[in-house]
Design a protein around this ligand. Structure first.
Ligand code: HEM
Length: 494
């Protein structure tokens, strides 16, 4: 072998040793992170955590390392929490410590720490407090938003009647109607179902959620430092979100042009009032960037989550037609065939309520949870997590925790019913997460799910194009989000 070759190998070995040492040092950076598989330089635990099956890989590691362990996503250590106890101890019992938003490199390029969902510190506190107040002022959790949902459900029923029981692919039927509810709150008006721009926005939101969940996104999360400089599929999400941002900014401009501070029409106007009040404070969080990005957070989260859950729900109901029949029976008993369903009916409909909970549990919209981090040096279960350590509260592992759900992998509405058939709460039902970052749209989402499911099933029966036994309920993609399979169905008028 030539001297040059030997030298190159020697250099390579030295470099590897150095990188291992750096990884090891980082791992113990003044902290005592929970145990986990040994990371390799640069690749971290890529051999143990498959980018095309992140959730499954982490669940496998749980068997070996217990419910709290550390994995390296590329060079970045992440503490993983599995099962109800571990997640509750962190997000609820030490709520403040774990209230930070963890790194999400796939979205960071667009948001740069701004907007409610991806911000931290005082910025997040201000935006969260403000958003919750405004959502409530515009009727979230109250009668006024209920009426808006009922009206919007009425438009959907009209659209479904037009199909005359022919097969349809339900994605955009559902997202148009759901999105119009949050659109009324943030933009002050609904879109016409035929509006081409609206449909294009919904496609972008739908595609973005897919892009966030494919292996490219997991890879980008690990190596954003390098990959951001290279062309390729991993950049698609960035451009989609930029387009959505542009649309939101254009709506802000329209509002500004006709703005009347005495008469706020929507979320955007309410934010503009705050901007006006704070205009002499250069450090105010009420600025254009936070306005555009928080509005986008609400529009995006308020659209895709509920419509995906409805889409998954109809598939599950077709697979288990006896469950659909029992819901219809309860609708007939409590609401009857003509009256529009209202939220007050829910307490009288324990079976329907239980089915909706079970649908949400199995839909498991964000199985890995949305990343958190610790906002200060934190002691947790005998470990020491230095400030800024990223944490994955694995919501999917809580929703399938065998200690809390008798048949974790099955569709079993009785998980939420007691022996007398009354609705039974389950503390491990954390689809909206828990603690300080708990979903701000929970009340709205719960109302929407109840009113949409009952309105549709009151008027239509579902018909599958394949026998129930052949319906495959495996998610089409499972990554950051669980994406429901694509399917067609018939809404047959009753
Ligand atoms: C079925 C429906 C929904 C589900 C399952 C869901 C679930 C979640 C989850 C798991 C989180 C992460 C919480 C955490 O960081 O631990 C979250 C956050 C959030 N959700 Fe929802 N969500 C739903 C509907 C909505 C709706 C309708 C809105 C709009 C009003 C919304 C707006 C948000 C926002 C803005 C955040 C970020 C909160 C923060 O970082 O402080 N979500 N949601």
């Amino acid at each position: 072998m030539e001297v040059g070759g030997v030298f190159t190998i020697f250099l390579g070995l030295c470099l590897s040793c150095l990188l291992i040492l750096i990884a090891w040092k980082r791992r113990n950076k003044g902290g005592k992170l929970p145990p986990g598989p040994t990371p390799l330089p640069f690749v971290g635990n890529l051999w143990q955590v498959r980018i095309d099956a992140t959730f499954q890989s982490l669940m496998k590691l749980q068997k070996k390392y217990g419910s709290v362990f550390t994995v390296y996503l590329g060079p970045r250590p992440v503490v993983v929490l599995c099962g109800h106890e571990a997640v509750k101890e962190a997000l609820v019992d030490q709520a403040d410590d774990f209230s930070g938003r963890g790194e999400m490199p796939t979205l960071e390029r667009n948001f740069q720490g701004h907007g409610l969902a991806l911000s931290n510190g005082e910025r997040w506190k201000t935006l969260r407090r403000f958003s919750l107040t405004v959502l409530r002022n515009f009727g979230m959790g109250k009668r006024s938003i209920e009426e808006r949902i009922q009206e919007e459900a009425g438009y959907l029923l009209e659209e479904l009647r037009k199909t005359k029981g022919a097969p349809i692919e339900p994605t955009f039927y559902l997202s148009r109607t759901v999105s119009n509810v949050i659109s009324s709150v943030v933009f002050g008006s609904r879109f016409d179902y035929e509006d081409k721009q609206f449909l294009s926005l919904l496609r972008m939101i739908n595609e973005s959620f897919i892009e966030m969940s494919i292996p490219y996104a997991q890879l980008y999360d690990m190596y954003s430092g390098v990959l951001q400089y290279f062309p390729g599929r991993h950049n698609r999400l960035y451009y989609l979100i930029e387009d959505l941002k542009e649309f939101t900014a254009s709506r802000v401009k329209i509002n500004k042009a006709s703005f009347d501070p005495q008469n706020p029409r929507d979320f955007i106007d309410s934010f503009l009032i705050k901007m006006h009040q704070d205009k002499s404070d250069p450090h105010s969080e009420f600025n254009l960037k936070n306005l555009v990005l928080t509005t986008l957070n609400l529009f995006f989260a308020g659209t895709e989550t509920v419509s995906s859950t409805l889409r998954y729900g109809f598939l599950l109901l077709m697979k288990y037609p006896e469950v659909e029949a029992k819901i219809y029976e309860e609708i007939n008993q409590v609401i009857g065939p003509h009256r529009i369903p209202s939220v007050d009916d829910r307490v009288k409909m324990p079976y329907t309520d239980a089915v909706i909970h079970e649908i949400q549990r199995l839909t498991d919209i964000v199985p890995l949870g949305v990343p958190h981090n610790v906002i200060r040096d934190t002691h947790f279960r005998g470990y020491f997590l230095p400030k800024g350590t990223d944490v994955y509260p694995m919501i999917g592992s809580v929703l399938k925790d065998p200690k809390y759900f008798r048949y974790p992998d099955s569709f079993y509405p009785e998980h939420f019913l007691d022996e007398q058939g009354r609705f039974k709460k389950n503390e491990a039902f954390v689809v909206f997460s828990s603690g300080k970052r708990i979903c701000v749209g929970e009340a709205l989402a719960r109302m929407e799910l109840f009113l949409y499911f009952t309105s549709i099933l009151q008027n239509f029966s579902l018909r599958s194009l394949v026998p129930p036994a052949d319906i495959d309920i495996t998610p089409r993609i499972s990554g950051f989000g669980n994406i429901p399979p694509i399917y067609e169905l018939c809404f047959v008028p009753r």
